[in-house]
Design a protein around this ligand. Structure first.
Ligand code: AMP
Ligand code: ZN
Length: 116
């Protein structure tokens, strides 16, 4: 998709500090990290969100989950981490290209949801 920031990063049109890539996915640091380790994993192919994903996307989704542990360990979160996929307006998704957050670091990431 021509006007999509994560498509552009995946295509190398916008530089990013890639920490992992293969033929289907790319991983790079979040520009506004919320934890000491905060990596985004995106499919190269434009999938809007998990709500739009279907049977054809199972392979790439499995690949994203399957490399999470390796990426987390390599990036400084060897003792565990959290993955988050914000989806749609209810899920607080801001960038409409499916992406998985990997958050972690040396300390526990804390409660899953903060209520205010
Ligand atoms: P969300 O859609 O709410 O799951 O979050 C989108 C995430 O993308 C936010 O954490 C942003 O900081 C991050 N983000 C937006 N633009 C970029 C970029 N150019 N490079 C890296 N991360 C980005
Ligand atoms: Zn895209």
């Amino acid at each position: 998709m021509s006007d999509c920031i994560f498509c552009k990063i995946a295509a190398g049109e916008i530089p990013a500090k890639t920490v992992y890539e293969d033929e289907e996915i790319v991983a790079f640091p979040d520009i506004q990290p919320q934890r000491p380790v905060h990596i985004l994993v995106v499919p190269r192919r434009h999938i809007v969100s998990l709500a739009e994903a279907g049977p054809d996307d199972q392979g790439v989704l499995g690949r994203m989950l399957g490399v999470a542990g390796r990426i987390a360990a390599e990036q400084g979160s060897p003792d565990g981490f959290r993955v988050i996929i914000n989806t749609g307006p209810i899920g607080g998704q801001e960038v409409m290209h499916l992406h998985m957050h990997i958050v972690g670091g040396p300390e526990p990431v804390g409660p899953m949801l903060k209520r205010n």
